[in-house]
Design a binder for this molecule. Structure first.
Ligand code: ATP
Length: 217
């Protein structure tokens, strides 16, 4: 169980806080709007109404102890910058911020955010990728060039064993698990057969994942 602070409970922050708490993590949820704080209070360990640009107010909650602080204030740039600086000043190692555009992202990185996300842009890219191909069900970027992807097996691989197909040698991809309905085979072996309704979870470069998809369109 890890400890998180989520500051700014708009649509984005609220879903982050609720999801983390739903997975049994300790969440301190913060917003300057009392009504939103009330709304989330049943779901999280601690819900506090305060202005995060005010250092003294922030210090009044045990925010120093958290593993990760998420600043999910997007529209009010001044509040987002001051909050990030406060979190930095408090010595929090992992600070994740939400930005509305690239300029804001650059600025937040410069003042010390560990990671800055652009939810609308990233979701747009993910949606476009998922619409362009029916082969990939879900893809998670690990870096600028590598991903973990869920791939539906093309017809010609169905009925063959992983060893026979040799995806690693043929396509540079490692199969890390095979999903079949609710079953997840987390230790795929060479003699495991690829069934018709299976989903292969592979890890590899985006280039190799793309090549794999094209080859079997
Ligand atoms: P979303 O797109 O996630 O709905 P948004 O970017 O449209 O969010 P923002 O204006 O960034 O919305 O605000 C997100 C939340 O942050 C709001 O609930 C707001 O009350 C809260 N907030 C803004 N400034 C502060 C602050 N200084 N301290 C605490 N909470 C704040």
């Amino acid at each position: 169980m890890r400890q998180f602070a989520v500051i700014g409970l708009g649509r984005f922050g609220y879903s982050v806080a609720k999801t983390l708490a739903g997975k049994k993590h300790q969440v301190i949820a913060i917003d300057s709007d009392e009504a939103i704080v009330q709304k989330i209070s049943d779901f999280v360990a601690q819900a506090v109404c305060l202005d995060s640009t005010d250092m003294e107010a922030l210090q009044s909650v045990s925010i120093k102890e958290v593993d990760v602080a998420i600043c999910a204030i997007g529209t009010n740039l001044e509040a987002s910058i001051l909050t990030t600086l406060n979190l930095k000043e408090l010595g929090i190692k992992n600070i994740v911020c939400k930005a509305r555009n690239e300029t804001q992202k650059m600025l937040l990185e410069k003042i010390g955010a560990t990671k800055v996300v652009l939810p609308e842009n990233e979701m747009g890219i993910r949606l476009a990728n998922s619409l362009m191909t029916s082969q990939v069900v879900e893809q998670i970027s690990l870096s600028e060039y590598a991903s973990v992807a869920e791939v539906l097996p093309p017809q010609e691989l169905v009925g063959k064993s992983l060893g026979e197909v040799n995806i690693r040698a043929q396509y540079g991809l490692n199969v890390i698990s095979i999903k079949e309905g609710n079953d997840v085979n987390m230790h795929p072996k060479a003699d495991d057969i690829i069934k018709k309704d299976a989903i292969l979870v592979v890890i590899g470069s985006d280039l190799d994942i793309d090549k794999f998809k094209k080859k079997h369109k």
